[in-house]
Design a protein around this ligand. Structure first.
Ligand SMILES: Cc1cc2nc3c(=O)[nH]c(=O)nc-3n(C[C@H](O)[C@H](O)[C@H](O)COP(=O)(O)O)c2cc1C
Length: 228
């Protein structure tokens, strides 16, 4: 397996410093419409590489990403995404997919590679792996792949924001249609779409969030959280 990426661009494509993560979190909006401006290949590769650094249960990485840039293909994707215009507008749309079976074939590689890197006992990795396979197999496969794929998806989304791009996450699509149009096998779970590009004005308004005291509890459900 690959090593961590070390040669990522340290500026936005225009030479601006990368956006601090806190700013990316606060300023991110689900973009409504996009300009046709391209996402340069180097930045796109950096965004994808960062996304793949996401954690997953037992490091099994059940996610797969289809990067759709070709205009015809984006139109085909738009047609199976309830015709959402941003799918056709954005220069890049990533289809995030969770594989419900494929991870079983790569588990040996994951555990062996981790052990060889010092993250486990090389002589016992198959034993650990069998425990992992048993545990993961006890969960509903769609739930399990969604959980992990969304972490990589979210990492990718914030990586794009840090590189100065705007994003739009989407669950509005016909999964069977996406699978048919993009050659996905039966076992694939289409998890979400992520459009990446530059937002067209006007800026989207902040729709607000529940305040901390409404959704954060202390120690047990319902107990007020006193933090500020
Ligand atoms: C997983 C996910 C799926 C979403 N699906 C859609 C979608 O299909 N179409 C859409 O217009 N917005 C979609 N949204 C955007 C949300 O409506 C938006 O994030 C939410 O209203 C909060 O707005 P904000 O992200 O600008 O703060 C989705 C957001 C997420 C996280």
């Amino acid at each position: 397996m690959q090593d961590q990426p070390t040669n990522l661009p340290q500026t936005q494509p225009g030479g601006e410093p990368l956006k601090p993560f806190t700013q990316a979190v606060v300023e991110r909006r689900a973009t409504t419409s996009f300009l046709p401006d391209e996402v340069p290949e180097e930045a796109l590769n950096a965004i994808l590489r960062l996304g793949l650094q996401a954690p997953s249960g037992y490091n099994l990485q059940p996610w797969r990403f289809i990067v759709v840039r070709d205009e015809e293909n984006r139109k085909r994707l738009q047609a199976v995404a309830y015709n959402q215009p941003k799918v056709g507008q954005a220069p890049v749309v990533v289809i995030a997919v969770g594989m419900k079976e494929e991870w079983k074939e790569t588990a040996d590689e994951v555990f062996r590679d981790g052990a060889e890197r010092g993250a486990g006992d090389v002589n016992k990795y198959q034993e650990y792996m069998q425990g992992a396979v048993q545990f993961v197999s006890s969960m509903p496969p769609a739930v399990w792949v969604n959980r992990h794929t969304m972490i990589a998806f979210t990492t990718l989304m914030y990586a794009a924001e840090v590189y100065g791009f705007d994003t739009a996450p989407m669950e509005g699509f016909d999964a069977a249609g996406v699978k048919r149009e993009f050659g996905l096998p039966e076992e694939a779970e289409v998890v979400a779409l992520l459009a990446i590009g530059r937002a067209a004005p006007p800026d989207k308004v902040y729709p607000g969030r529940f305040p901390l005291e409404r959704v954060v509890y202390s120690e047990r459900y319902g107990e007020a959280w006193g933090g500020k």
